[in-house]
Design a protein around this ligand. Structure first.
Ligand code: XLS
Ligand code: MG
Length: 346
């Protein structure tokens, strides 16, 4: 059995959110970036993930020189805190230039904006010391299908990724699929779609994926299967663990909060694929419940990590030989009960 490795953990500034939702204002006062970095360090996490404008606020109105200066300042702040930058993601869903898509917008000027912003995101990532860019294709989709051609959109996505790959010879792109929200239908809704598009790019070896638990569930899929599928290609480069209670808005619930058995199966898949042994991080893309008090603001992150580590113990103590025996006997009822009792504890 491969030596059991330890995991490294990560979250982003947006995971210490203030409680706002589409129907109500914040319920907690806005905190500074420094306060959020202090929480990440106090909790003993290893890395922080960024949107480009988390790293360089108001990035669209900064010159290249200012971008480099602010990215260098952030890199020093992170280094002084002993924290690394895991990924940088271009935030292509806020600007008025992306209201009808970024790379797949029907307006060529908007497509040009999205690409230029993505190349600047790569420049920020280089200064922060990471080669990994995450593309959550938030606005790449339609509000009504007849407004775009799916075929043309695939070509536009490949064109954009090829230009990013050409911009820097080391950069790697991890596509973070999601089937909807905020779009009615999003392009590249699953890992299968993401990895298929990777094969169309100029350098498929540098295009992989990020799996988010909730996004797989919203696509009606099992996140554990998506983990195994991406790992079979050697392309699971980043991971957002959380949870989702059925097909509704993206809840970003704490890991295991809705479906403990599903979380157990995800950890089993990560373990058998040795996720993390090649430097990959476990990020919790989770939000506090809206009523969360200030004094409990980081509990969703601590709980997610605690649940994850307890499930690693459960996976490593699972009676695999006994399970194989039941599988050989095709006694799945007994196997089902064995898993449940293992999770419930004797
Ligand atoms: C939203 C996505 C987002 C990305 C980073 O649903 O999960 O959090 O991971 O912008
Ligand atoms: Mg995410």
């Amino acid at each position: 059995m491969a030596k059991a490795h330890t995991y490294k953990f990560c979250f982003g500034p947006w995971n210490l959110s203030e409680g706002q939702d589409p129907y109500g204002p914040p319920t907690r006062p806005v905190q500074s970036f420094d306060w959020k970095l202090d929480q990440l360090k106090r909790l003993g996490f290893d890395a922080m993930m960024f949107h480009d404008d988390d790293a360089v606020p108001d990035i669209d109105h900064k010159s290249d020189a200012q971008l480099q200066k602010e990215a260098r300042e952030l890199h020093k702040k992170l280094s002084d805190a002993g924290i690394v930058a895991e990924i940088v993601a271009p935030r292509l869903w806020f600007s008025p230039m992306t209201i009808d898509g970024a790379y797949t917008s029907n307006d060529p000027a908007c497509r040009k904006y999205a690409l230029e912003r993505s190349l600047r995101c790569i420049d920020v990532a280089k200064v922060l010391g990471t080669d990994l860019i995450v593309l959550w294709l938030a606005r790449e989709g339609t509000y009504l299908r007849e407004s775009k051609s799916g075929r043309r959109s695939v070509e536009l996505l490949v064109e954009a990724i090829d230009k990013m790959l050409a911009h820097d010879k080391k950069v790697r792109i991890a596509i973070e699929p999601k089937p909807n929200e905020p779009m009615d239908h999003a392009y590249l809704p699953t890992i299968g779609h993401a990895l298929a598009v990777a094969q169309l790019t100029s350098d498929p070896q540098r295009v992989g994926c990020l799996i988010e638990t909730a996004h797989a569930i919203l696509a009606g899929l099992d996140p554990a299967d998506e983990i195994d599928f991406a790992s079979a290609f050697g392309k699971l480069w980043s991971l957002h663990l959380n949870d989702q209670n059925g097909l509704k808005f993206d809840q970003d619930k704490p890991f295991g909060s809705a479906n403990l058995r599903g979380a157990f199966d995800q950890v089993r898949a990560l373990e058998r694929n040795h996720y993390g042994s090649r430097g990959e991080y476990v990020a919790f893309d989770v939000h506090p419940f809206r009523p969360t008090k200030i004094e409990h603001w980081t509990a969703h992150l601590e709980n997610s990590r605690r649940t994850f580590l307890r499930l690693v113990e459960k996976v490593r103590s699972f009676d695999e030989a006994g399970a194989q025996k039941l599988i050989r006997a095709q006694n799945y009822a007994a196997l089902d009960q064995m898993v449940l009792e293992h999770l419930m504890g004797k």
